[in-house]
Each structure stands twice: as C-alpha cells, then as structure tokens.
Design a binder for this molecule. Structure first.
Ligand SMILES: Nc1ncnc2c1ncn2[C@@H]1O[C@H](COP(=O)(O)OP(=O)(O)OP(=O)(O)O)[C@@H](O)[C@H]1O
Ligand SMILES: [Mg+2]
Length: 324
C-alpha cells in the first residue's frame, strides 16, 4: 500500500517514492550519503544538483539498475528489496536514451515495447500517444523524428503500463526552448491531471523553477534539503525590497532617510532598504520629502533581486539555508 502522509500545509499526499538512509559506494568511493526524501503522486518533483552530485546514481538505484548498499527504497508502497517486481512495476523510467528501433515507426516501437508488458491494450497505446502530442507523427519512422519527438516517444513508452512514478534523468538535455516547453507541459499535466508522481533530475535551477512543485537538492552525494518552489522563490526574493536613488545631493538625501529611520546601505548612490508590504506608499512619501528639502531626484530604480540560480549556488555551497 502507498502511504498517505500529512504534509506541512495540512493536506494529505500519497507517497509514490520513499527513500530512507540510502548509501551507495561505487568502486572505492562513497557516492551517496544517507539520502532521505519522499515524492508524492500529483507533483513534479525536481532532483536538482550540480554535475557529479549523485542524481543518476540515485535514479539508477530506484530503477534497480544498481543495487542498494544500505537503506531502503519504497515505490508505490512496495519495498524494492523485498518486492522487487511489484516495486519496479510501479515505475516508468528513462534513465539513459530510451531503447528504440530507428528504422521502425513510433507506433511499431510502442507496440514492440507493449509486448514485453502485461495488459497494455491498443487503446492505451493510442492514449499515451495523444498525451505526448505525437498523434499526427506516430506512423513515421523514428529516424525522421527530432530529438524532442524522440524524448516524448520515450515518455509515451514509459507510461504504457500506467506507472505511479515516472522517472526522467535530465530529460531536457539537448532540447531547444520550444521542445523544453512542450515536455514541461506534458510532465505537469501528467502530475496534476493524471495524479502521477513525476521525478525529473536537472542541474538547472531555472528549469526546475518552471517545471516543478517541489525541489530536492543534492550536492556531493548528500541531500541539502527539499523545498517547495514557492519557498525557494520567497527565499530568493527575500522579504525586503531595495531601491537605488539617483540624486544630486547624496549626502543630504542619506541624512534625510536615516532620520526617517530607513536603512541606507550605501551613501554614494543611496541604496534604501524597505521591508513590509506598503512599499509603494512609502516610496511616494520619501520622494515627496526629498523634493520638499530641495534635493533633486533623478531616478529611483528597484535593485535587482537575487536570482534563483544564485540561491541554488548558495545552498549547495553552504550546505543549506534556513527556509520558512
Ligand atoms: N561506476 C562508477 N564507479 C565509480 N564512480 C562512479 C561510477 N559512476 C559514477 N561515479 C561517480 O559518482 C558521482 C556521482 O555521479 P552521478 O552520475 O550520479 O552524478 P549526477 O548528479 O548524475 O551528475 P551529472 O549532472 O553529471 O549527470 C560522480 O563523482 C561520478 O564520477
Ligand atoms: Mg547524471
């Protein structure tokens, strides 16, 4: 049985994947250290980490391509070690390039693959083709497919047996922006409308931000943390806003602002920090004050906020930030 779990916001989620204290050594090197996380049905879970972090290794352990040294993996409620076949039966996965026969059509490839799985009907094949948006090209030979189309056919193939967990290792590698968007929309739809748990790995924060509901960050084989995308956005935005004032008399303006108890972080170009949510009103007030005191105000511009990418680098380098 899949376990229902009450999460922070009070809603109940169904865990499609549960990883506990996972350790893995390859050769003489320990690659994974005590990995712990859960991914739920109905969400796109991003597995984010720089090159060499251990994403592929973790995904290979989940798909049974590598054996577990220590710890446990539960898929669809089945322990991978104890109920290997049932656990793997709940997964649809593309770890490396999906195996396909290039001289055959997309449809024939799916039929070929369906023969190796129990209970995949022609109806289901047509259904998955539709889901990935290949209906009008499915009878063409794969050698004429673009990389994006091949990737989507791979997703179709992985979905045939109605898995509860879809695993994709860096699925957008090599795709152009249009291809990335198409795939992203498909994966979101699968999670949100078909209640599948979609786990995608990536080393790009910007991509995760657009595609995922939650993101688990891995670095040097260790889990740094699991955050909702909203939490990460909030973290990157911070709860303060900063504005840069360009005036004729910086010293005078700085004195004025300090008097009004605003934090002035730089008195050469006047950098003012606001917190709270009535920023617009207070900006208007400040601007009035400046003009009243005879300071010439040329421009006020919001200071560029920290990019998510920077937050990611910060998180992976410092070993975690406090969020929430
Ligand atoms: N068979 C192996 N023997 C020894 N070390 C290995 C083996 N396979 C992978 N590694 C090492 O394990 C670490 C994690 O590799 P892994 O492929 O899981 O990283 P990744 O997060 O998927 O990186 P990338 O973003 O580059 O795909 C790397 O340092 C890699 O060199
Ligand atoms: Mg990898």
């Amino acid at each position: 049985m899949e376990k229902n779990i009450k999460v922070n916001d009070g809603t109940v989620k169904t865990a499609a994947l549960r990883i506990k204290n996972l350790n893995k050594t390859l050769g003489r090197r320990q690659i994974l250290f005590d990995i712990n996380f859960e991914a739920y049905r109905g969400e796109v879970f991003g597995f984010l980490g720089p090159n060499g972090a251990g994403k592929t290794t973790t995904i290979k352990l989940i798909t049974g391509l590598l054996t577990i040294d220590e710890g446990s993996i539960e898929i669809g409620g089945y322990n991978l070690k104890k109920h290997y076949e049932k656990a793997l039966g709940s997964i649809g996965g593309i770890v490396e390039n999906p195996e396909m026969y290039k001289h055959m059509t997309g449809m024939d490839n799916l039929k070929q693959y369906a023969r190796m799985r129990d209970g995949v009907t022609q109806e289901r094949i047509e259904e998955v083709v539709k889901i990935v948006g290949l209906s009008n090209r499915i009878n063409e030979k794969i050698k004429r497919y673009s990389l994006g189309m091949r990737q989507r056919l791979g997703v179709a193939q992985a979905l045939l047996h109605r898995p509860s967990l879809l695993l994709l290792d860096e699925p957008t590698n090599g795709l152009d922006p249009a291809g990335i968007k198409e795939l992203r929309d498909i994966l979101k739809k699968l999670a949100h409308e078909e209640n599948i748990c979609v786990l995608v790995s990536s080393h790009l924060m910007s991509e995760m931000e657009l595609m995922c509901d939650r993101v688990g960050i891995i670095n040097n084989g260790k889990m740094v943390g699991v955050y909702t995308v909203e939490e990460m956005m909030r973290e990157s935005a911070g709860d303060t806003s900063e504005y840069i004032y360009n005036v004729d008399n910086a010293e005078r303006a700085a004195a004025l602002f300090s008097e009004m108890e605003y934090a002035v972080t730089d008195d050469t170009h006047i950098d003012v920090v606001f917190s709270g949510d009535d920023v617009q009103d207070r900006l208007a007030q400040l601007n009035c004050k400046l003009i009243e005191s005879g300071v010439k105000l040329y421009t006020v511009s919001p200071k560029e906020k920290k990019k998510l990418e920077d937050v990611f680098i910060e998180i992976t380098q410092t070993g975690g930030v406090q969020i929430g």
